[in-house]
Design a protein around this ligand. Structure first.
Ligand code: SF4
Length: 344
């Protein structure tokens, strides 16, 4: 297997040569009042993230303090306190419903304060450098993709098992012993409060993967710094019209490209582009060009797994598999883009 060359830090964490980002955040002591306002908590976060950045640089550059000491009240606890306030006027994603999920008010995703997951297992079907990957599939989604292959769990958020942070942390440790190279949170966008609580219970050093449509809010992007090691990120469309038509989202390009740019500044990215039939000129080409121009140092996976599921039968233009010529053209677009670390 050819080693990816833009996931260097991930590979060092996996080999236990460097701490995962959340372990560095958990070693930054932070004191705060639980009754503090959201503005006050954000103020403290913006101060303390500087300490995290300095320590990360010192560990990664100089090799100092490779095994930071975990503290009782840390930057991760502060992130959780902020998330507990955000969920009361939910803006975990850019749909910004502003509902109080703790009071069982439901926004677009129809998910309450309690997260559920449909399955967790050692996945061998992800990118070669990730497998076996301990995937945890949350239920519900903030997108409504008409061709969704996981439509059953995406459209029934109330199904599945309750994601208890302490129990899931134990499961992650068990899977790690069984050979998991990372923990891979799938469809985490409506569940950042749960994901970070799970991570806060972990005692193993394991890379954290945020497997996402990248439609989270800018506040969540800020909180994910110091938590996520690798964004396993989708860039599906190359324009807002196709995103609106097939996934029912607004301002797709603005939100997703801003989040990718932010992620690029503080983590590693394994970027997936699923090629849709008939969408090479409107989606594949502009998406690849954007990546090559703005975030070129990513591992790029060009995916041909599209199969029409769910409601795709209502959209004849995508209710078919990809043609061979389309795959060849997509490969040509990526190879001529200048991207260096490509998985086809
Ligand atoms: S996660 Fe997004 S869709 Fe769900 S309630 Fe919050 S803002 Fe709305």
């Amino acid at each position: 297997m050819k080693e990816p060359f833009f996931l260097q830090r991930y590979q060092k964490v996996e080999r236990n040569e460097l701490p995962a980002k959340y372990r560095i955040s958990r070693s930054i002591p932070v004191t705060f009042e639980k009754t503090a306002s959201l503005d006050e908590l954000w103020y403290t976060h913006r101060l303390k993230i500087q300490d995290y950045r300095k320590l990360l640089t010192s560990i990664d550059t100089d090799g100092h303090n490779s095994y930071p000491i975990i503290t009782n009240s840390s930057l991760i606890d502060l992130k959780i306190a902020i998330l507990e306030k955000i969920i009361e006027k939910c803006h975990f994603c850019e749909r910004r419903c502003y509902v109080n999920r703790k009071r069982d008010q439901k926004g677009y995703c129809r998910i309450g304060a309690i997260s559920r997951y449909a399955s967790e297992f050692l996945h061998t079907g992800e990118e070669p450098e990730l497998v076996p990957s301990h995937t945890i599939f949350f239920t519900g989604c903030v997108f409504s993709c008409v061709y969704c292959q996981n439509w059953d769990i995406a459209t029934h958020p109330q199904k599945g098992m309750i994601a208890d942070p302490a129990e899931l942390a134990k499961l992650i440790e068990k899977r790690h012993k069984q050979g998991a190279r990372n923990v891979n949170f799938v469809t985490p966008t409506p569940h950042p409060h749960t994901v970070i609580k799970i991570i806060n219970n972990l005692s193993v050093n394991i890379p954290v993967i945020w497997n996402s449509n990248m439609y989270h809010s800018k506040e969540i992007a800020e909180l994910l710094e110091g938590v996520v090691d690798v964004y396993l990120a989708d860039l599906r469309y190359g324009n807002d019209c196709c995103a609106k038509k097939y996934s029912k989202v607004d301002e797709y390009m603005k939100v997703v490209t801003e989040n990718l740019t932010h992620a690029y500044s503080n983590a590693e990215i394994l970027l997936r582009h699923l090629v849709l039939p008939g969408h090479l000129d409107c989606c594949t080409k502009p998406a690849v060009e954007w990546v090559a121009t703005h975030i070129p140092h990513v591992r790029f996976n060009l995916m041909f797994q599209y199969t029409p599921h769910h409601l795709a039968y209502k959209y004849p233009e995508i209710n078919k598999p990809l043609a061979r010529q389309e795959m060849e053209k997509a490969i040509e677009i990526v190879l001529s883009s200048g991207l260096e670390d490509v998985l086809v």
